[in-house]
Design a protein around this ligand. Structure first.
Ligand code: NAD
Ligand code: 572
Ligand code: ZN
Length: 349
């Protein structure tokens, strides 16, 4: 215990402090990790600027950060597959392992999950952090710690595209070109989608999407969704088989339903207001299935293999880099999106 463990602690709305905390002791099935790279997620920014997301309220000081990778410093007595010095990506959600969801393999639906930087659990934007060893994935030498941290948002893309049924020849509409829309773009292309169209209300985000391989981009507004759906059909040469909604905005979800081909699938990734008005009868009578996703399960190994094999390149998502000591500036960049920020990465070394 004791020692230097500088940590980015959120004390409440707009009250982020860098503080020294005790270095934790790993349990028998845990590893102590010297943190290296932590990406800032939109949820970290929401906790900072609003103090809550939905029912999850910051009521006590909480260390931020859940997109992370580091180096194993020490191992608990039962840990066999890792050793000090190993570079690992950290899967931030550790479930109970005992409930029907965990036993059935859908451990993302476990009601008793520990998830980094979701109140009341601490995250890992700090120098030292302990974690369940089996939720740490050793990185091959040629995969960087930054890429290790990006396995987290990439896993959201992998889970969404799998639930959407993206396959060779799929035509896909992605709504919203933030980090999550972009990892879905990369994943859908890697899974064989032949045409991917992406929308946003911000042209600079569409420019990035185009550089990352989007076949079509469409600058949308909050106007008539049926008119926009027609535009997408014209642009793509047909209605998309699949829509992956990554903004959470009501007009975009409405557009997603109208745009998707009859018999197709829309996956809701973006989470906005809890209740919204959508053309549900249109979806029903055209047999457009609507699915949600909640984080991911069993996706880290796939995301890692996609990066290690060169099938997906997430490096261009990183637009800004800061040191742990510069965390407040890093969050300001992430919050404002200044300088075309997509993924802001913090080095804890
Ligand atoms: P972000 O805010 O950076 O990106 C959202 C993008 O949507 C922005 O570029 C914004 O300009 C765009 N947008 C807003 N209104 C739009 C509209 N009408 N049409 C098209 N685009 C529009 O956020 P992000 O980090 O990319 O995350 C996206 C969403 O995914 C968030 O709602 C987040 O909470 C959610 N998310 C959900 C899960 C899950 O498990 N379901 C996991 C991770 C993230
Ligand atoms: O990387 C995981 C992740 N999940 C997000 C957002 C950002 N990053 N989700 C959106 C918010 N929900 S939630 O259920 N919640 C705050 C726990 O509203 C989780 C998924
Ligand atoms: Zn996140």
């Amino acid at each position: 215990m004791g020692g230097d463990n500088l940590s980015a602690v959120l004390h409440g709305k707009n009250d982020l402090r860098l503080e020294n905390r005790p270095i934790p002791e790993p349990g028998p099935n845990e590893v102590l990790i010297r943190m290296s790279q932590v990406g800032i997620c939109g949820s970290d920014v929401s906790y900072l600027t609003k103090g809550y997301i939905g029912d999850f309220v910051v009521k006590q000081p909480m260390v931020l950060g859940h997109e992370s990778a580091g180096v194993v410093a020490s191992c608990g007595s039962n840990v066999k597959h890792l050793k000090p010095g190993d570079r690992v990506a950290i899967e931030p959600g550790v479930p109970c392992r005992m409930c029907e969801y965990c036993k059935g393999g859908k451990y993302n639906l476990c009601p008793d999950v520990f998830f980094c930087a979701t109140p009341p659990h601490h995250g890992n934007l700090c120098r030292y952090y302990k974690h369940a060893a089996d939720f740490c994935y050793k990185l091959p030498e040629h995969v960087s710690l930054e890429e290790g941290a990006l396995l987290e948002p990439l896993s959201v893309g992998v889970h969404a595209c799998r639930r959407a049924g993206v396959t060779i020849g799929s035509t896909v509409l992605i709504c919203g070109a933030g980090p999550i829309g972009l990892v879905n773009l990369l994943t859908a292309k890697a899974m064989g989608a032949t045409k991917v169209c992406i929308t946003d209300i911000a042209q600079n985000r569409l420019d990035v999407a185009q550089q990352l391989g989007a076949d079509h981009v469409l600058l949308v507004n909050t106007g008539d969704a049926e008119v926009l759906a027609k535009k997408i059909q014209e642009l793509m040469g047909g209605m998309p088989d699949i829509t992956i909604e990554c903004s959470g905005a009501e007009p975009s979800i409405r557009l997603g339903i109208f745009a998707t081909k009859s018999g197709g699938m829309m996956v809701l990734v973006g989470l906005g207001p809890p209740e919204i008005k959508v053309p549900i009868v249109n979806a029903a009578v055209r047999e457009v299935d609507i699915r949600g996703i909640f984080r991911y399960a069993n996706c880290y190994p796939i995301a890692l293999d996609m990066i290690a094999s060169g099938k997906i390149n997430v490096k261009p998502l990183i637009t800004h880099r800061y040191k742990l000591e510069e965390t407040v500036n890093a969050f300001e960049t992430a919050r404002t999106g200044i300088g075309g920020a997509i993924k802001v990465m913090i080095s804890c070394e």
